[in-house]
Design a protein around this ligand. Sequence first.
Ligand SMILES: [Mg+2]
Length: 230
Amino acid sequence: MPISTEQNQHIVLDVDRTTFNTDLYLREIIRSIACFLSQSDEAIEAKLEDYCHSLTDSTQFSLDDFIDYLINNLFPKTVKTNDLEENDPNGIKQDLLYFIQSWLIEEPKLIFPDALVILKELRQLGFRIIFWSQGETTHQEWKLSFFQRDGSHELALIAPDKLANDVIECIPPGAVVVDDKLPVLEQLATIRSDLQPVWLDRLNGDGQNCPSHIHHITDLNQLMTLLEVY
Ligand SMILES: [Mg+2]
């Protein structure tokens, strides 16, 4: 069933694994660090896993913290405290962060190709886009900066828990909300029945486990069909 839309309709888009290719992003971070430090990808991936296990929640992930963790682990003798900026005479951290940023700028597919297409079309059609993202603010804002290379600037709701009441109440009435996690949308729908949830099932499922009050798509291009703009 199509979604009824109004003028200036708000479209709320999740970031990680909905519009932003988080798995490719993490892979490229690992590759860039491995290249910079002349280590194997596997060695850096193992450090990343160790770091993630040290977090109580994956949403605490911060690239800056991970670099601290990595340098402290790889160079324990030269760096004696966590305060690397003061104690790292070689400026490894800043050089490494700059190297990672330069590396990622060369990767054109960090934003999913279908997301790039629909973002452009939604803007042209007058829809209002809001990014809705969970995680450490600086890190999530950095991911969003990849969407702004063409000069566009969308509103963003970023929080450690994006389902927190004070975050959810910021979503405009009747908005269409797209997310790759069905449980997120199910919970959202119990709190905000006025919203129009859309599950982006990038694994190409048949949607049989999708409740009838949630729309099911396997590709963001299908959102445009749902919105009846084609
Ligand atoms: Mg997601």
